[in-house]
Design a binder for this molecule. Structure first.
Ligand SMILES: Nc1ncnc2c1ncn2[C@@H]1O[C@H](COP(=O)(O)OP(=O)(O)OP(=O)(O)O)[C@@H](O)[C@H]1O
Ligand SMILES: [Mg+2]
Length: 253
């Protein structure tokens, strides 16, 4: 087990034989204040460690906090209490700019609502993360984006504007965008939700394949037991607590 305090930066392998710990959550809570001053306790003491090469699935009923947890894993939010170390660094001590930079360099996020840039083409959307890359990746951004669009079966739609794409096509563009920078941590929120079974299967194969090629960790949120069962480890969120998903059917996945 890796030392929680070992600061191994993004892209730097652990010096030991163990897989690098990418995200380490300990007793994490997330509470939001509602309009009527009521507190909503979305996550209640989540402890989870994600290492390079892991593939885990998270299931749970709608509204149980899955996206909230994914936002924490991807540095889009910070815990209300508890600790979250990202590549060995506590997020509590990072500025929001530092978190954004780290997120851009290490995380590929497939958003539940896709979040594509409106008015931009499929190619522009996929190339977008590479605008923040350096050197070769920056200069080759259109070629790399085209290659990834091809891998999701959308090369012929490269010049199509976001609003002209179907829901399933937008989802695949969002997946290509998440993978184009070869992130160390791939976070996919319902990545097959808008896809037919066959396309969903090929998208999962792509996510798993790219994760394996780059030694990345893959975290998949899903309601589909077939998608969940592809993961090496399955967790269920129930009433804000994370536990092993022994019987997927019982948590309404
Ligand atoms: N910023 C916020 N303010 C108020 N309520 C919030 C906020 N963020 C999340 N919630 C509430 O917390 C609960 C969990 O939301 P979350 O989006 O994490 O659920 P989920 O498990 O991803 O659901 P689904 O499967 O439908 O996507 C929901 O009831 C949601 O309305
Ligand atoms: Mg959600």
């Amino acid at each position: 087990m890796a030392d929680r305090n070992t600061a191994t930066g993004p892209g730097q392998p652990d010096d030991g034989g163990a897989a690098q710990v990418l995200v380490d959550l300990h007793d994490v809570t997330r509470t939001v204040l509602l309009a009527d001053d009521e507190e909503l306790h979305i996550l209640r003491g989540v402890t989870l460690r994600i290492s390079a090469g892991d593939h885990l699935a998270i299931v749970g009923r709608s509204g149980c906090g899955k996206s909230t947890l994914l936002n924490l894993l991807g540095l889009l939010d910070v815990p209300t209490s508890g600790s979250l170390d990202f590549f060995g660094r506590p997020v509590g001590s990072m500025s929001s700019n530092a978190r954004a930079r780290l997120r851009g360099a290490t995380v590929g996020f497939v958003f539940q609502q896709f979040n594509l840039l409106p008015g931009r083409t499929a190619l522009e959307n996929v190339a977008m993360p590479l605008l923040y890359a350096k050197g070769r990746d920056f200069w080759r951004r259109n070629e790399l984006a085209m290659d990834m669009l091809d891998r999701v079966g959308l090369a012929s739609r490269a010049g199509t504007a976001q609003h002209m794409l179907s829901g399933g096509e937008q989802q695949r563009v969002a997946i290509a965008r998440a993978l184009v920078r070869r992130p160390r941590l791939i976070l996919a929120d319902e990545p097959t939700g808008a896809l037919d079974v066959a396309t969903g299967q090929s998208v999962m194969e792509l996510l798993e394949g790219v994760a394996e090629e780059s030694g990345a960790a893959l975290v998949t949120i899903t309601h589909d037991p077939n998608v969940a069962s592809r993961a090496r480890t399955q967790y269920a969120l129930q009433e804000g607590a994370l536990g092993p998903a022994v019987q997927l059917a019982q948590v309404g996945a």
